[in-house]
Design a protein around this ligand. Sequence first.
Ligand code: URA
Length: 198
Amino acid sequence: MTERSDLLRQIRDELIAATDAPLYAYRTANGYYPVAGMGNHYAKIMFVGEAPGENEAKQGRPFVGAAGRFLDELLNSIQLKREDVYITNIVKDRPPDNRDPSREEIAYYAPFLIRQINIIQPQVIATLGRFSMTWLLTRYNSPYQTKKISELHGKVIPLDVDYGQISLVALYHPAQALYKAADRPIHLADFKALEAFK
Ligand code: URA
């Protein structure tokens, strides 16, 4: 096993054993798994979504439901496969009833995300939705931290992380297109910003 695999496995094991996690009781009462992340440990592009949904929590894998199918379509549109990228979320357990993650939940799970970023060292972090976008821009002290996703989507934003300067590409959450199919072309156009990083 490579060192990266060991370190990422350690994060998954810690999440499984995290009895102090705010969603631990809900997870175990429902027979769910934490969703650590999945994909290429040497990926140039890391996707960071919001939180697992029910399908994800049942399988312990990110984006396996309807939003995930659209994410696959978006990846295919720029000739990328899941195996090329790493996909994770800011919150690692499913919030009840697919509600928005709370401030407390984000604060608890985000340090696991920072460790994943520092292990994989992607050149670009593609945020899916406003929660991971705003949290990462704030964590890395970006001047864009107060901007809305409607202003930043599809843009390449410099981000000074622990291992150097990388880029953040802000994307709408793919589930948004499930509610509003007319917005699919916006998602497809925004994804083009990632082509330079393949
Ligand atoms: N939505 C997310 O934000 N993450 C998933 O893993 C699935 C749906």
